[in-house]
Write a protein that binds this ligand. Structure first.
Ligand code: T4K
Length: 370
């Protein structure tokens, strides 16, 4: 048993003394919020780091998703994935639109592009896929379908900080992408998030929307919200950026250790479609199928008995929540792969401070019992 409990993740925190000069500056200037100097600097540095043109910082990704939908004036039905976190479908509903769930690919957990067209109706305005665990969606195919039917695309890229495919940021795909900087994410600003857009006009619209929809003091362009990131959060982001490459490298080493240690266990596979991307190693998701000695839930209980706390991201599938079940069933789209994954996937602990010996303990418990 480990000396202290191991959770699925633990936030990366920089040395506290690196934050002090930033706090002193904030105290000196009295600028706490409303797109101050740290906020502007973080936007600029993130554009360079991520390889994107325009970024708008947010207080969290959920508000970012809600305002991304508002920025594109979407309504009616939005096609999305049931294999995600509640924020994906909730952001659609907060805009008075209806989430329509289509099934996923079993080897990635991402929306299956070939299921989209059957779900398009005259009310469909957009597609909202999720890059689950940071694995890129098949965005080329999704774009083709969106172009053919004149639909917008918003990527829920909450897990996709820094992911590149053949050297290009996947955050540039679609009309807008929304990334999360929550405490449990690879890059955290305590809470936080951002919308990536492709034009200065769209960035200006989003920046207005997150500031109540105001344009200057006397004009309200549209109903907005308060989605602004504070200066303390932005300062945290500036410091985190100095450490992010090292943090991702440490995650990579843990991921490789799991790959090696878990490869021969019957009925246990890693959920990973594309190993040729620059991953951020944010999640280590395993699939435990019927050929395994124990079920997924039994494996979770076994590890919990050893103070190792895994998570069933994403169980239940969104379409199986009471709130959605009736409409998901009446749509008639089989969601069997999403349901199967939600019953079989377990996310193992992965974070920079997880020691190799703790990682080895987890591997040993699984090898001895499965
Ligand atoms: N879209 C997708 C696809 C998402 O996955 C999410 C969020 C969003 C959109 C929305 O993004 P944000 O609006 O949050 O920016 C967590 C997170 O709260 C949530 O951000 C995340 N996805 C979701 C997948 O997971 P919980 O309920 O699992 O978190 P919690 O509190 O149980 O934390 C897990 C473990 O992490 C704990 O056992 C201990 C550790 N932990 C957590 C926190 C918050 C810490 O050590 N320190 C901490 O401060 O939801």
């Amino acid at each position: 048993m480990p000396d202290s409990p191991i959770y699925v993740t633990k936030p990366s925190l920089p040395p506290l003394d690196e934050l002090i000069p930033y706090l002193e500056k904030i105290w000196e200037t009295g600028i706490l919020s409303n797109c101050g100097p740290f906020h502007q600097e973080l936007e600029s540095q993130l554009c360079d780091y991520l390889g994107v043109r325009y970024i708008s910082l947010f207080n969290n990704a959920t508000i970012g998703l809600m305002l991304a939908i508002r920025a594109l004036d979407l309504s009616g039905e939005i096609i999305t994935t049931p294999y995600s976190f509640a924020a994906t479908s909730q952001s659609i509903e907060w805009n008075g639109a209806k989430p329509v769930f289509v099934d996923v690919e079993s080897d990635s957990g991402n929306m299956d592009p070939e299921k989209i067209e059957a779900a398009i109706t005259s009310s469909t305005s957009a597609i909202m896929p999720v890059h689950v665990y940071g694995q890129p969606c098949n965005s080329g195919r999704i774009q083709e379908i969106a172009d053919k039917h004149k639909l917008a695309i918003i990527y829920d890229a909450a897990h996709a900080f820094g992911i590149k495919n053949r050297g290009e940021s996947i955050l540039n795909h679609g009309d807008l992408s929304v990334v999360s900087f929550h405490a449990t994410k690879v890059f955290n600003t305590f809470e936080g998030g951002a919308i990536i857009s492709n034009s200065i006009e769209m960035k200006q619209k989003i920046d207005s929307l997150k500031n109540f929809g105001l344009q200057g003091e006397t004009t309200l362009q549209i109903n907005g919200l308060n989605g602004k990131m504070s200066e303390v959060q932005a300062a945290m982001g500036l410091i985190q950026l100095k450490h992010i490459d090292k943090a991702i490298e440490m995650r990579k080493q843990i991921s490789l250790r799991y790959d090696e240690g878990l490869k021969m266990i019957p009925g246990l596979t890693k959920l990973c479609k594309d190993s040729n991307i620059n991953s951020n190693y944010s999640y280590y998701a395993i699939c435990i199928n019927k050929n395994c000695k124990l079920t997924r839930d039994e494996v979770q209980r076994l590890l919990a008995g050893e103070q190792i706390y895994t998570r069933k991201y994403f169980y239940p599938a969104l379409s199986d929540f009471d709130h959605y079940i009736a409409s998901a069933q009446s749509s008639g789209f089989g969601l069997t792969k999403a349901r199967k994954l939600s019953r079989e996937v377990l996310c193992l602990p992965i974070y920079p401070d997880l020691s190799m010996s703790e990682c080895d303990q987890i591997i040993s418990i699984l090898k001895e019992n499965l």
